[in-house]
Design a protein around this ligand. Structure first.
Ligand SMILES: NC(=O)c1ccc[n+]([C@@H]2O[C@H](COP(=O)([O-])OP(=O)(O)OC[C@H]3O[C@@H](n4cnc5c(N)ncnc54)[C@H](O)[C@@H]3O)[C@@H](O)[C@H]2O)c1
Length: 258
């Protein structure tokens, strides 16, 4: 292929990268800071273009933005084809960060909501992994990092409830099984499991009292910053992390210790 093996010769694909205060955007920025080319994907088309412009302003690396609905196989495949056809180097990392919360009590969850939460948080990970793995296998290098949540491990208890916990627990199963399947190709697959992170995801449905209670339950005394999470995604994508696969990296300030 004529490409070297260093970070500057690879592209990191980040889903859910549009939200200006979100984990995805800050992970894209962090990849770029460390020399990766970056492809930002998000269902918010204008937002993802603006996010890509901010990454380009901050770092001199190739950057691509695409409006992608991670629940739509055609949309995901089109993005993979567009990245492949672009000037960006081969995809070396996939950070699956797109997701939505759901604080609805169980008996009020209708089937439509159930499907929406599972589709975005879990099926989206399936679709992107399937779309980007062939190129990683061809190149003999790949790092997939999937977003789960402490909600999957402790049974909700932060903000979101059952459909979200189930979907994020599904991400852990997908991660472990896929890690085993693709290890022979030099590809690692891991999950990141944050507790509460200070982003806009809980803007609707939370309150000062709930946020204070969430923070009070964290031994380190604060919610995670987006940088705490972004740094872990980028590190798990590095060559140094090449012997770590099928793992769940907890990032919760001690709120859940297992
Ligand atoms: N913030 C927290 O406390 C927290 C804790 C644990 C896990 N997480 C997870 O981290 C991830 C990012 O959360 P955040 O707090 O940055 O939220 P955020 O709302 O700021 O960002 C989520 C992004 O996902 C995008 N998105 C939603 N549906 C999509 C779809 N169908 N296709 C493509 N993109 C889509 C949104 O447009 C948005 O840009 C989510 O998966 C979330 O479940 C967040």
């Amino acid at each position: 292929m004529g490409y070297g093996t260093g970070v500057g010769t690879r592209t990191a694909v980040v889903t859910g990268a549009a939200s200006p205060r979100g984990i995805g955007f800050h992970t894209a920025l962090r990849f770029a800071r460390e020399g990766w080319a970056v492809a930002l994907l998000d269902i918010d088309g204008d937002g993802v273009e603006a996010a890509a412009a901010r990454v380009r302003e901050a770092h001199d690396v190739p950057v691509l933005a695409a409006r992608v609905d991670v629940t739509d196989q055609g949309s995901v495949r089109a993005a993979a084809a567009a990245i492949d056809a672009s000037d960006l180097p081969p995809v070396g990392a996939l950070a699956n960060i797109a997701g939505v919360p759901s604080p609805v009590p169980f008996l009020e969850v209708d089937l439509e909501l159930w499907h929406r939460i599972v589709d975005i948080n879990l099926t989206g990970v399936f679709l992107t992994c399937q779309a980007f793995l062939p190129a990683m296998i061809e190149n003999g290098y790949g790092r997939i990092v999937n977003m789960s949540s402490v909600s999957a491990q402790q049974g909700g208890g932060v903000f979101s409830k059952t459909p979200y916990s189930a979907a994020k627990a599904g991400v852990l199963g997908l991660t472990r099984s896929l890690a085993r399947e693709v290890a022979g190709h030099g590809i690692t697959v891991n999950a990141v499991s944050p507790g509460a992170v200070d982003t806009d995801i809980r803007l609707s449905g939370t309150s000062d009292e709930l946020e204070a209670a969430i923070t009070a339950a964290i031994p380190l005394g604060r919610q995670a910053s987006v940088e705490d999470i972004a740094a872990t995604f980028v590190w798990l994508s590095s060559e140094d992390a090449g012997y770590i696969t099928g793992c769940t990296q907890n990032i919760n300030g001690g709120a859940y210790i297992a």
